[in-house]
Ligand binder design. Structure first.
Ligand code: 2IT
Length: 447
């Protein structure tokens, strides 16, 4: 494979699409060696096809705010790859959403979904709608307006959206309500992350965070370490950070930092159950402000404006908020303060410089597409339940989630083991996901 030539072509064709180019570059560098061992991939131009989304939908979303003013946003759905199953991936509502951001996320989703062991293709969607400061009624009206367009693009055997940043159980409820009205059928299989009384997997809200901690546990054990007693810094305070905090506590680790766009909360004694519950209140308020935690628990949580979670000394760093949220400078500060493990829970949470710094300094590092795959995997389990009209208990879902995270870790070790016995999780995850998708594309012909 001529990685440099392919990258040069993409850079010329998509100038300025920094995140997308970054994601593609990482995958191509990881898979180059195995690709070159398969001339049939080169002949079928698998890589050239794989880096382009199958199709991209873009639509206007107009809604009315509480003051009666008409607002217009743009909605998108990027259907990236359907080699191993119907399109699957979240919806992101965030002011910074662009088609390019969703393209990078759809690309990543394709490999992540392949790692889950379940038959799901890759997709991503969303809108530049900013939930910050919006009322519940405004959120509902926006979701309804968004679905009046999206519903034509999706279906249980076609494309199954779920939540992502800014889209949780509440939004999925409003989206499903409008879908049902437009499609005139009660087919819960069209969305995942639904409420547990109407077809949702009982463990989906926690699944991304839980799966991530199961994965961290495998990474540590593989290196001869234990998670119990470790200190952890988490970024964000949304659904993913919330699940990670619950499971970290259950495993005997101490979460000593959470953060928001306004700054960081240092929690020296570790986050408590009460504080974890309060994260949900903070998310539902749409204030997007982590200082609220320090206001509510002034004896336990100490807020510093403008700082990130990575300024707090910890054993383990878990980015749980947004792409590129951990820079090389942050990585240096973490390592200088004794950090020995960083697992991305957000998609592409670390900048390339940070990843290299961690890897060159003996820090255990694992990428988002492996670490956070428990979320979409549990969505896949929800799809199975919906198709079979049955519901599993939390214990049954959790047992499957455990099995899936174990399998993802094994795949990373299989393809990422270095000569010295350590594991390159970036390489392992990329090769494992790539091989599965590439093989399926090859078998399905040139389409
Ligand atoms: O990034 C992700 O994997 C998600 N936002 C979840 C996607 C899903 O379909 O559950």
């Amino acid at each position: 494979m001529k990685t440099r030539e392919i990258m040069a072509r993409l850079q010329a064709k998509y100038p300025g699409e920094v995140e997308y180019l970054q994601a593609v570059q990482e995958v191509l560098e990881s898979v180059e060696d195995v690709y070159n061992m398969h001339p049939e991939f080169e002949k079928a131009k698998i890589v050239e096809r794989m880096v382009e989304p199958d199709r991209v939908f873009s639509f206007r979303v107009t809604w009315t705010d509480d003051k009666g003013e008409v607002q217009t946003n743009t909605g998108y759905r990027v259907q990236f790859n359907s080699a191993i199953g119907p399109y699957k991936g979240g919806l992101r509502f965030h002011r910074a959403v662009t088609p390019s951001m969703l393209k990078f996320l759809g690309f990543e989703q394709t490999f992540k979904n392949a790692l889950t062991t379940l038959p799901m293709g890759g997709a991503k969607g969303g809108s530049d709608f900013d939930p910050k400061g919006k009322s519940n009624a405004e959120i509902m009206r926006f979701c309804q307006a968004f679905m009046t367009e999206l519903w034509q693009c999706i279906g249980p055997d076609q494309d199954i959206p779920a939540g992502d940043v800014g889209v949780g159980g509440r939004e999925i409820g409003y989206l499903y309500g409008m879908y049902k009205k437009l499609a005139r059928e009660y087919n819960t299989g069209v969305l995942t992350g639904k409420g547990s009384t109407w077809g949702g997997s009982i463990l989906r809200p926690e699944a991304t965070g839980f799966g991530a901690l199961y994965f961290v546990n495998h990474v540590l054990r593989n290196a001869g370490e234990e998670i119990a007693g470790k200190t952890i810094a988490v970024s964000g305070f949304g659904n993913v950070a919330w699940g990670a905090c619950i499971k970290a506590r259950q495993m005997g680790a101490k979460v000593v930092a959470i953060s928001g766009p306004d700054g960081v909360c240092h929690i020296p004694d570790g986050i408590s159950d009460e504080m974890i519950d309060y994260m949900l209140v903070m998310r539902a308020s749409n204030r997007d402000r982590v200082e609220d935690m320090a206001d509510k628990f002034p004896e336990q949580a100490f807020f510093t404006a403008g700082k990130k979670s990575w300024s707090i000394p910890v054993d383990i760093a878990l980015p749980c908020a947004f792409q590129n949220e951990l820079s090389e400078e942050d990585a240096k500060e973490l390592v200088a303060n004794g950090c020995t493990c960083c697992c991305e829970v957000s998609n592409m949470g670390c900048q390339p410089g940070a990843i290299h710094y961690f890897q060159n300094n003996g820090v255990l590092f694992a990428p988002g597409k492996a670490v956070n795959a428990g979320g979409v995997a549990t969505s896949g389990l929800e799809m199975t339940q919906n198709a079979q009209h049955l519901s599993w208990t939390a214990e049954e879902v959790d047992a499957r989630l455990h099995q899936i995270m174990k399998s993802i870790h094994e795949q990373c070790v299989r393809y990422g083991k270095r000569e010295d016995g350590t594991v390159d999780y970036v390489k392992g995850a990329n090769i494992a996901g790539f091989m599965k998708v590439a093989q399926a594309m090859l078998e399905q012909g040139v389409i």
